[in-house]
Ligand binder design. Sequence first.
Ligand SMILES: Cc1cc2nc3c(=O)[nH]c(=O)nc-3n(C[C@H](O)[C@H](O)[C@H](O)COP(=O)(O)O)c2cc1C
Length: 341
Amino acid sequence: MPLLTYSPYSLKNLNLKNRIVMPPMCMFSSDESGWVQDFHRLHYPTRALGGVGLIIVEATAVTANGRISSQDLGLWEDSQIAGMKGLVDLIHQFGSQTAIQLAHAGRKCTSSDPVIVAPSAIVFSNEYRMPHALTPDELPGIVQAFREAARRALAAGFDAVEIHAAHGYLLHEFLSPLTNHRTDAYGGSTENRTRLLREVLAAVHEVWPSDRAVLLRISAADHAPGGIDLDEACRIVDAVKDLADLVHVSTGGLLETPIKIYPGYQVSYADAIRKHCQIPTIAVGLVTRLEQVEEILGNDRSDLVALGRELLRNPYWVINQDGRTRQSELPYPTPYERGRG
Ligand SMILES: Cc1cc2nc3c(=O)[nH]c(=O)nc-3n(C[C@H](O)[C@H](O)[C@H](O)COP(=O)(O)O)c2cc1C
């Protein structure tokens, strides 16, 4: 039986050679410019050479004060396009397709920008600054920033964009009742809390070709009373799924409370959202072994599987299981052919 892990997957313009995704992982390896550096030119193409089907470039800021740190990558101005284009070309050259995660850090911004923003003036923790609650007339600026960043991502040649609405950053802060205490049209009901995300996704579609995929990353649970739980996550996805092609299902990040981690700890969320909302999903969360990927795909629990920290440790995971290639028919980089097990 051929392994499901290595079966191709198509969605719009994505024609992935296998089901393995490198999820976005901040490398904090840029500088105040937000430009791509040599580190990125080595880091991402190495995973392409290692056979990853889809590489999602780390959280990339849509505004300077939307950075998680001062070392984030950025697409908040046109000067940042050229470096990204070089990176995309390298990833393509070494055989992977690539998406970019567009992000606004909201109240979790730690860069030196004077003002940080959120739906409501609620601080993340003692180590963070108090955010300014965005006024209704400031919200179009946020939407515009995502639209412009998507336009730049297109100019750089990315195959897909992923909108970051997870992990306690700005869009997640709007989605969760724990961080969104607004009384206007952007707070309260699920419909109101999803309004900004819908506006952002709609704006991205204005500049993003309809034949290219739009991914959405969410946290399907806040793991706290009164926060988002699986039922609410399904309602959120139902409210925006006409504007997204694939949901990348994570959890947590809104609060400091640590979450319980064990192999496959988030897979059940990707599974439930896929079934309830009838939308393709990426499962992620301590998936490290081929058998886990086979189980997830074989039981139709997600369409794709992301390996984060495992791909940091082991960039050649896809082509090189257990120190040797399991299936001789798998594509292997020609220069490495003599290293095949
Ligand atoms: C170093 C590091 C940086 C991360 N940065 C991001 C990020 O930029 N955007 C994001 O959505 N998730 C980020 N994550 C979360 C990962 O995408 C992934 O969901 C998480 O690591 C769980 O998968 P794993 O157990 O396979 O590592 C990061 C995780 C790590 C370890």
